[in-house]
Design a protein around this ligand. Structure first.
Ligand code: CUA
Length: 316
């Protein structure tokens, strides 16, 4: 009922096993609020009009009505208590992950997400999960507060540096495809770019991705693939490609240039330097910038590094 309204107020896709229950509770509270609004504001408006000021009208002495007061206190109290119990019931389903679940380590840092699977596979800003399987995300942060929020899955939890928190979901059969996660805790300049793609894969696609990292790169030229990595891996949060200022040096026109470093020396921007800067970002710091880049060692596949180099080369 009123499906269009639910889709207007909430993410249309009910991607996880508990999404429809979350939505049902939300919509029930919404309709309860509508009813209470009408019941309270309606008579109030009527009384304001009915007993408005008139010259010579005297307000009679008012005492109280015990029955009425008991009823309008007891009923809302009972409703609130019922809502509380209903909410606790739903919260427990979200807060307590089932014992059997695929465990993925999630690390948030300014401003990207890394994921690590039980077999050691790692990825940046790209989470793959098999459909219809419990997935438990064990999350921490390397710097400040973040929040891993996947609207389609109705999961959202603050991540606190120095602690582990968890959330879980089971991707529903109708959710095969790509979903967006976003950071829901303001964490600095790149906060709004701190998004990851959540891929719900069929079991076969999931196996393939775990084994090979996928063959998507074959569909693109190295340059185009590099541009996709530039956005997906979070490079874009610190490096501009149009020469404008950001947290890191712009990539525009740097290829083949002699770059000034903060120790007074210079370095030629070539394959070796670019690759070193991804793996050991602290090795050579460009003059005028802070050593804030995280290492991408183990986080980039060979085809992605090749693509990024081709992309930088193309930015004349
Ligand atoms: Cu991370 Cu906002």
């Amino acid at each position: 009922m009123e499906e269009w309204l639910r889709k207007f107020l909430l993410p249309a896709n009910q991607g996880s096993s508990f999404a429809s229950e979350v939505d049902f509770k939300f919509m029930s509270l919404f309709w309860l609020s509508v009813v209470l609004f009408v019941v309270v504001i309606g008579p109030m408006t009527y009384f304001a009009w009915r007993y408005r000021y008139k010259a010579g009208r005297v307000t009679p002495h008012q005492t109280h009505n015990t029955t009425l007061e008991v009823v309008w206190t007891a009923i809302p109290t009972l409703i609130c208590f019922a809502i509380f119990l209903w909410g606790v019931n739903g919260y427990m389903k979200f807060a307590v992950p089932p014992g059997e679940a695929l465990e993925v380590q999630v690390v948030g840092k300014q401003w990207l997400w890394t994921f690590e699977y039980p077999d050691g596979t790692r990825s940046v800003n790209e989470l793959h999960v098999p459909v219809n399987k419990n997935v438990r995300l064990v999350m921490t942060s390397e710097d400040v507060l973040h929040d891993f929020y996947v609207p389609d899955m109705r999961i959202k939890r603050d991540i606190i540096p120095g602690r582990y928190v968890q959330e879980w979901f089971r991707a529903a059969p109708n959710s095969i495809g790509v979903h967006t996660s976003t950071c829901a805790e303001y964490c600095g300049k790149g906060h709004s770019d701190m998004q990851a793609k959540v891929f719900v894969d069929t079991p076969a696609d999931y196996e393939k991705w775990m084994a090979t990292g996928g063959t998507e790169y074959l569909d693109y030229s190295p340059e185009a693939w590099g541009k996709i990595q530039y956005e997906r891996k979070g490079c874009s949060t610190c490096h501009s490609i149009d020469g404008s200022a950001s947290k890191g040096p712009s990539w525009k026109g740097i290829w083949g240039k002699m770059e000034k470093l903060n120790n007074g020396t210079t370095v030629l921007v070539d394959e070796a330097y670019v690759r070193e800067s991804m793996m050991f970002p602290q090795a050579k710091i460009v003059a005028g910038f802070d050593p804030i880049m995280p290492t991408f060692q183990g986080l980039l596949r060979e085809n992605e590094i090749t693509g990024l180099i081709a992309f930088i080369k193309s930015l004349k």
